[in-house]
Write a protein that binds this ligand. Structure first.
Ligand SMILES: *Cc1c(COP(=O)(O)O)cnc(C)c1O
Length: 366
């Protein structure tokens, strides 16, 4: 039996009746954009994140971009981003017209290293985007302290961290504002694209609502050049059903992660490190192997699906050639990108499958 890396079908089979009912509710309502499903989802997701406001938007990248725009961050400004992240974090800064300024990660958690941030701050710096990579919260207290000292905004890229906690507090309330993605493979995923911003800042929430809806407060009255970035009624209705099971599904991920951490301990793989203040939601279970290609080939031969998140760091992507970075500029991000590999994890991975993964990995590592 093979183990696929990501099973997107089983979650929707489990909720088939609820999702069909949600579809029919929207179909029969005759209202498909900015209606009651969105309003309810926004209330429910804000409550889930323990945040005051939630605004549904088109996707996770838009969520981050709209936050920057709403804060007036753009041309001639700099935004601190992790060197070790998915490129969307950088693109949000670029879309706003600002320059992403990378900071290296803590090599054990893979998240931005707060002790390296101050050296990257210049008079142009306006914000720090901290990413909760793989579902593990970044170390937010020192990041917020630095931001306060320098008058910067703190934005969470929480695209991989729905439900994660930092010192007991949920992702989505750990900075000034947070961007979430509901891309199908995320812990809370739509059946299509979707995203949201959460914040406790009422003025920011109002601005994002306007910006995402053509820059208008009142229909056909446009205060600013806005965008079309909205979470539609169908996706909101689906997400309401999936939000009800998010904690249970995150718990299943935690159970599999605990099993992997216990069973794979003591072999030559680099295992994820969880600081005592972190309660991660295991969007991905990422290990490190000095000989990744051989390790991946072994797992493939055993029928175990794996994916590399991510093979090339943003600073070495052709898309960012304009910043003139070269190999060696961000060595920690580079070595992490060279060695990491993600094992299968998800709410519908069976016990037999996780045992199969452990066996295949242990066999290689002997
Ligand atoms: C998925 C993801 C995004 C972007 O979300 P989309 O909905 O695909 O636009 C941003 N940042 C991180 C870390 C992500 O994993």
């Amino acid at each position: 039996m093979s183990v696929q890396f990501l099973d997107l079908k089983s979650p929707h089979q489990e909720l088939r009746a609820e999702l069909r009912a949600a579809f029919e509710r929207v179909l029969d309502s005759g209202w498909y954009i900015q209606g009651s499903e969105l309003k309810l989802f926004e209330q429910e997701f804000a409550a889930y994140c323990e945040a005051e406001h939630c605004i549904g938007v088109g996707n996770g990248l838009d969520a981050l971009h709209l936050i920057l725009r709403a804060y007036g961050i753009g041309e001639d400004d700099e935004v601190i981003v992790p060197s070790n992240t998915y490129i969307a974090t950088w693109l949000a800064a670029s879309y706003a017209g600002a320059t992403p300024v990378p900071v290296e990660p803590d090599e054990r958690t893979y998240n931005i290293d707060p002790s390296l941030i101050e050296a990257a701050i210049t008079p142009r710096t306006k914000a720090i985007i901290a990413v909760h990579l793989y579902g593990q919260p970044a170390d937010m207290d020192p990041i917020n302290a630095i931001a306060k000292k320098h008058g910067l905004k703190v934005i969470e890229d929480a695209a991989q961290a729905h439900g994660a906690r930092y010192k007991g507090r949920r992702a989505g309330t750990l900075g000034d504002a947070a961007g979430f993605s509901f891309y199908p493979g995320k812990n809370l995923g739509a059946i299509g694209d979707g995203g949201a911003v959460t914040t406790n800042d009422a003025a920011l929430a109002q601005k994002i609502r306007e910006l995402g809806n053509y820059g208008s407060k009142v229909k056909y009255h446009n205060e600013v050049k806005g965008y079309n970035s909205r979470l539609d009624e169908l996706q909101a209705a689906f997400l309401r059903e999936k939000l009800k099971v998010l904690d249970a599904w995150n718990d299943k991920r935690k159970q599999i992660a605990a099993e992997y951490l216990q069973q794979l301990d003591g072999n030559k793989l680099g295992l994820p490190h969880v600081p005592e203040w972190a309660d991660p939601v295991w969007h991905l279970f990422v290990v490190r192997s000095a000989n990744r290609e051989a390790f991946q080939a072994h797992l493939t031969a055993q029928g175990i699906g794996t994916v590399i998140h991510y093979p090339i760091p943003p600073h070495l992507q052709p898309a960012y050639a304009e910043l003139n970075f070269t190999k060696g500029n961000f060595p920690l991000a580079e070595v992490i990108h060279r060695e990491i590999i993600s094992l299968p994890i998800g709410p519908h991975l069976t016990d037999a499958q996780s045992v199969q993964v452990v066996d295949a990995v242990s066999h290689y590592c002997q």
